[in-house]
Write a protein that binds this ligand. Structure first.
Ligand SMILES: *Cc1c(COP(=O)(O)O)cnc(C)c1O
Length: 371
């Protein structure tokens, strides 16, 4: 490892908040203070009682409202993040065979989980190179089509669509609470709260359509063995009484509820969508104007508005740039480790204000000049 050069970014260039990570992402500090101010009234109290259950109910109704979920949709919660939801889906939502539209590490992990399941047929994989996304196509002989809304590992916002009879499952982890979409196109839209929704980790949340709920009920009556912790039926039953099957992190619930309220108060998903597009546009335009930088995703329509990936010219080491930024309090601009590119990855979730991103690009300019 080469040492980080000692470069001090002038204080007037630095962002107010130096967190630009894609997850865990920036949490609004005022919500953390509010959580602290709940004192003895919330943390350390029973999740089976009303003061926690009302927060869960508020998360559910807040998300219903944010997306205008149609009648019959339910907001279901469980423990273990989106990763656990993949296993839960393999066990409780895929009947025989799934199709996976893969364009990076996260969409591939779900495909791998389905492929490993002894009770399922070999999944169909439709994949694209990193930085690209496969076009949705109808796949015959599958009962679930899995898409990703935003591939956090590459900074691609991917298309998804209902084509045929298969249930449509979409990983919305780095999109939920930030990018608008047509709810009619999905049966299961699931995510973890520590990315675009600026809370902490440990939970999964899913919007489930009536068709998805029917499938869950159906599979739960078969002889398939489903561990209770990963049972979507159990999660559904608990969510209907504003609870989770086992103990959730109460801080995560509190911060999530506050963030949902924050977005809804400002105009909901439309507001968030416009905000993240403005912030990411600043970064993409900046990269286009610099001789040493260019957006990694060449197709403009696939450039993520929430996770911006910027390749640097080989004359500038992205690793050094990120290390110098880190030494100056600007953290988590490193690219996704397994992608292996000379790249910066910057989250522009709704909590990342555009003034901070402008300070970030000014700071990067300063560092590149000094290196
Ligand atoms: C981070 C991430 C996951 C995994 O989330 P966990 O909470 O760690 O399980 C899954 N999908 C996407 C798109 C992600 O960004």
């Amino acid at each position: 490892m080469t040492e980080t050069p000692t470069i001090t970014i002038p204080a007037d260039l630095l962002p107010q908040d130096g967190r630009f990570g894609s997850g865990p992402s920036r949490i609004n500090p005022s919500f953390v203070r509010d959580l602290s101010n709940t004192g003895t009234a919330f943390l350390g109290t029973s999740h089976r009682q009303s003061n926690v259950k009302k927060v869960v109910a508020s998360i559910q109704s807040g998300l219903m409202h944010m997306y205008g979920l149609p009648d019959g949709f339910e907001v279901v919660l469980g423990l273990g993040g989106a990763t656990a939801f993949w296993d839960a889906t393999v066990l409780g939502l895929i009947e025989n065979r799934s199709a996976h539209f893969v364009c990076g590490e996260f969409s591939r992990k779900f495909a791998t989980a389905a492929a490993a399941a002894p009770h399922l047929d070999e999944p169909v994989i439709v994949d694209a190179d990193p930085g690209d996304a496969p076009a949705p196509v109808a796949v015959g002989g599958v009962d679930l089509a899995a898409f990703i809304h935003n591939e956090t590992s590459t900074g691609v916002v991917a298309p998804f669509a209902r084509l045929g009879d298969a249930l449509v499952a979409v990983d919305g982890t780095s999109a939920a609470g930030a990018i608008a979409f047509d709810v009619e196109e999905v049966d299961a839209y699931y995510f973890s709260p520590q990315k675009a929704l600026g809370s902490d980790g440990g939970l999964w949340i899913a919007f489930l359509s009536p068709a998805a709920i029917e499938r869950i009920e159906l599979i739960s009556t078969t002889s398939r063995w489903i561990p209770e912790f990963l049972s979507l039926k159990t999660a559904l039953d608990n969510s209907r009484s504003a609870q989770t099957y086992n103990t959730p992190a109460l801080a995560t619930l509190y911060l999530l509820d506050r963030q949902i309220e924050f977005v809804n108060h400002r105009g909901g998903i439309k507001w968030a969508d416009a905000a993240v597009r403005a912030t990411s546009d600043h970064l993409y335009s900046w990269a286009n104007m610099r001789s040493f930088a260019e957006p990694f995703v060449t197709d403009e329509a696939l450039r993520s508005p929430t996770v911006v990936t910027i390749d640097l010219d080989e004359s500038v080491s992205a690793r050094s740039v990120s290390a110098v930024l880190r030494a100056n309090g600007i953290v988590d601009t490193e690219s996704y480790r397994k992608l292996g590119r000379n790249q910066l990855r910057i989250a522009t979730f709704p909590n990342v204000v555009i003034s901070d991103v402008k300070s970030l690009t000014a700071s990067i300019d300063f560092v590149v000049e000094a290196l």
